[in-house]
Design a protein around this ligand. Structure first.
Ligand SMILES: Cc1ncc(COP(=O)(O)O)c(C=O)c1O
Length: 348
């Protein structure tokens, strides 16, 4: 990492240099797409994907009711209307509810792969084909996960990535990317991230944005990407230890779904506890750092002016959700401590 830093800084290579190019090539290879385009954030990846697909005013886009708000904001800021659909027990969009949300105005769908576990992409793609919908994958939380060996971010028109520091591949600030097999989409994103400019000819091809991935961030991410497979193995080992240590507690729903061919990379180890906030508060009091995303569903924030069509699963899991510590920095002893604390909450 130090080498990457000095290499970039000694030459002042801050914008659009070889490190960005290298990271894009390695990311595309890892995901299994022809192109990757480095951007400023996951939000920008979603927003540019919708624009590249020509989605805008008058169009509807289906999004899950349980996700980070940026999934939905990208739709609104593209000028389209988000139509929310409830999620299933695995926190991802309930594929059995998608078709009833389709109207003559529906143009796209954004399945979100939350916490390292992919939405049911074979079903999503089948529904999209049937109704002629564009699929933009919000893969911001699932780099490395796959279904039958096909990676997240390689199914839809685009895969959208975030390298926000909390992510499985985190930079040292904001970062994002689009992966795609479509040369026109890649070209569109390359121009739009640079205010619409074609960097070779200087021609502006539209009113764009300033949302390029910094070269220094790209250099860091390129180094980290090489370690990702090993880090994912460590995450899986921690998840397995949690399963062994907590699997017998009846009030917990653990994130082990055991669907053949689906590979969970555990960006987050998000469980559900019937005791909700009381459970999370107890863990925090014992020094266990937990995340409770998202206690208040985004559609309940009044300023967003979204339509709540009734999402019982999202409502239930929002009360119960709790993510246990999951990262490659924690050691086995700390994992055992977490298990001990969770068991003690249940008097075990
Ligand atoms: C599911 C999901 N979608 C979109 C985003 C937006 O990414 P960013 O914060 O890089 O804009 C994130 C992460 O923050 C996310 O977790």
């Amino acid at each position: 990492m130090d080498n990457a830093y000095f290499e970039v800084m000694s030459k002042g290579d801050l914008i659009d240099r070889g490190q960005l190019d290298s990271f894009e090539k390695n990311l595309a290879r890892y995901v299994g797409t022809r192109y990757a385009v480095g951007l400023n954030s996951g939000y920008d990846a979603l927003h540019l994907s919708l624009r590249a697909a020509g989605i805008g005013p008058g169009d509807e886009v289906i999004v899950p009711a349980h996700t980070f708000v940026a999934t939905c904001s990208a739709v609104v800021n593209a000028g389209a209307t988000p139509v929310l659909v409830d999620v299933a027990k695995d926190f991802n969009i309930d594929v059995d509810l998608i078709e009833e949300a389709v109207t003559p105005r529906t143009r796209g769908i954004i399945p979100v792969h939350l916490s390292g576990w992919m939405a049911d992409m074979p079903r999503v793609m089948e529904i999209a084909r049937k109704h002629g919908l564009v699929v933009v994958e919000d893969a911001c939380q699932s780099l490395g996960s796959s279904i039958h060996g096909r990676r997240a971010g390689s199914w839809g028109l685009t895969g959208c990535w975030s390298f926000y520091p909390f992510k499985i591949l985190g930079g040292y600030g904001d970062g994002g990317a689009i992966t795609t097999n479509d040369p026109d989409v890649a070209l569109f994103a390359r121009r739009m991230r640079y205010n619409g400019e074609d960097r070779h000819t200087g021609e502006y091809h539209g009113h764009g944005y300033t949302c390029l991935l910094d070269n220094l961030q790209a250099a860091f991410l390129d180094v980290k990407l090489r370690h990702l497979p090993r880090w994912i193995e460590r995450r899986k080992a921690i998840a397995e230890r949690y399963r062994q240590g907590l699997g017998d507690l009846p009030d917990l729903l653990l994130p082990h779904y055991d669907r053949p061919g689906f590979d969970h990379v555990y960006q987050n180890y998000t469980l559900r506890s019937k005791q909700g906030e009381e459970f999370s508060t107890y863990l925090r009091e014992q020094g266990v750092e937990v995340l409770t995303q998202f206690r208040k569903p985004y559609y309940r924030h009044e300023a967003l002016k979204l339509v709540d069509r009734g999402f019982p699963e999202t409502e239930a899991l929002s009360r119960e959700v709790c993510s246990l510590p999951m990262n490659v920095e924690i050691d086995d002893e700390e994992v055992e401590y977490v298990i001990e604390v969770v068991r003690s909450f249940y008097g075990q």
